[in-house]
Design a protein around this ligand. Sequence first.
Ligand code: PGA
Length: 255
Amino acid sequence: MKQRTPLIAANWKMHKTGPEAVEAAEKLGKLCRDIHDVDVMIAPSFLSLPLVSQALKRMNSHIHTAAQNLYFEDQGAFTGEISGPMIQAAGAEYVLIGHSERRQFFGDTDKIINRKIHAAIRARLTPVLCVGETEAQRDEDKTFFVLDKQISDGVKGLDSDMPEELILAYEPVWAIGTGKSAGTEQIAQVHVFLRSLLEKHFSREFAENTRILYGGSVKPDTINALMDVEDVDGVLVGGASLEPETFIQIIGFRK
Ligand code: PGA
């Protein structure tokens, strides 16, 4: 039996205006009012984040909110950036860090990601560290090497700046938004490996308490098989999280 509460997380990426995000969040809040055995999280755009957080609070919803990114300095002359304290004040408890789209399109290196994780912890936000290999890296049999580096570099210095909680999301880059999901056997292997890395960098207890999510083309018809995998503690969902009626089918997976 898993001790870790499953976390079903939505990454809305650059979708939905403020009013659209609030409408979807309120709809979802109503749909999952009676679901208490699963944690639910939404990561809307920065502009929608305070609106969505306030709307959920108004309806006493237990849905958590997250930012999709943050800057690694807390304040200063950094035009266009958003800091951890700003995200905290906007009502979020979590922040995605190192999503593959940030790594691919916005130059987020492992070193930058490490600084962002420290910034999140300073702001009392739970980091959701996203890792995953590209198709070429998988074809070259470098998956475990790549993940090892992403985790080692990502959590550097955290033993002395220990996060209260850390969440990992394994998202093979070739599975994101492509309709191709990784096979359950491969996901199982990777998740066991990631947990062993957490044990190496932190402790056995920390590794056992840490939730490791899978992400990449998760759909209502694949959720049950994914959640049956021993070390999968939840999912990070892009496309299939945009419509509340679809996302609720993922949240309400069969255990
Ligand atoms: P997808 O996105 O579900 O659309 O593949 C997942 C993600 O990028 O987190």
